[in-house]
Ligand binder design. Structure first.
Ligand SMILES: Cc1cc2nc3c(=O)[nH]c(=O)nc-3n(C[C@H](O)[C@H](O)[C@H](O)COP(=O)(O)O)c2cc1C
Length: 178
């Protein structure tokens, strides 16, 4: 069975994560849910139900030294939604958040990793964001941003988050090449 680490940071689509887990499970994937601390606060009331849904602890903090791993190893990772903050931390190698630490290591471990940002058009004008996206792509990661991915919305504008593109990219990442 394919183990998917599904990670989310604190942007509104993370509130839809239960439905995304169900869609991933329908594809036969074993889902382990990781969150940034901010996203875990947003989902605080739902965490018990999300643990029941995945059958695994939801994680947002590093374990302490000596504590066992509670998840099986990942076959593939999807980081969505990925905030401006998370994308920049990841590209710069700033790993004070558990989930960012995992995806930073995933580069060296050669675990296929897909990310879909969620940033508004104002954040998108900050030059660091583009440097970060370019840097992550140069590391071999699939960043679904721009054409065939997430297109920034105007601040305050509500638009469906293209989860289907993220799941399709995961599917492509784990499918054997002909
Ligand atoms: C209601 C609300 C909506 C937000 N939406 C976004 C968003 O779409 N994209 C983004 O990059 N940050 C957004 N933010 C700001 C992030 O939550 C904030 O930068 C946070 O520190 C991100 O932390 P994280 O990357 O560790 O989850 C939003 C904040 C709030 C309160």
């Amino acid at each position: 069975m394919t183990t998917l680490y599904l990670f989310g940071s604190a942007a509104p689509p993370v509130l839809e994560i239960a439905g995304v887990i169900e869609e991933a499970q329908a594809r036969g994937w074993d889902v382990c849910l990781g969150l940034t601390p901010s996203a875990a606060r947003w989902l605080e009331a739902d965490l018990p139900a999300l643990e029941e849904l995945t059958g695994r602890p939801v994680r947002w903090e590093y374990k302490r030294p000596g504590e066992p791993d509670v998840w099986p190893p990942a076959d593939v990772i999807l980081f969505a939604p990925a905030t401006f903050n998370t994308i920049n931390h990841w590209a710069l190698g700033l790993t004070d958040r558990f989930v960012v630490g995992v995806v930073a290591e995933a580069i060296g471990k050669e675990i296929p990793t897909v990310a879909m940002p969620c940033v508004n058009a104002a954040y998108a004008q900050h030059p660091q964001f583009h440097w970060s996206v370019d840097a992550l792509r140069s590391m071999g990661l699939t960043i679904l941003y721009g054409e065939d991915g997430f297109v920034p919305n105007q601040p305050g504008e509500k638009r469906p988050y293209p989860w289907h593109l993220a799941l399709a990219a995961v599917e492509a990442a784990v499918s054997p090449r002909p």
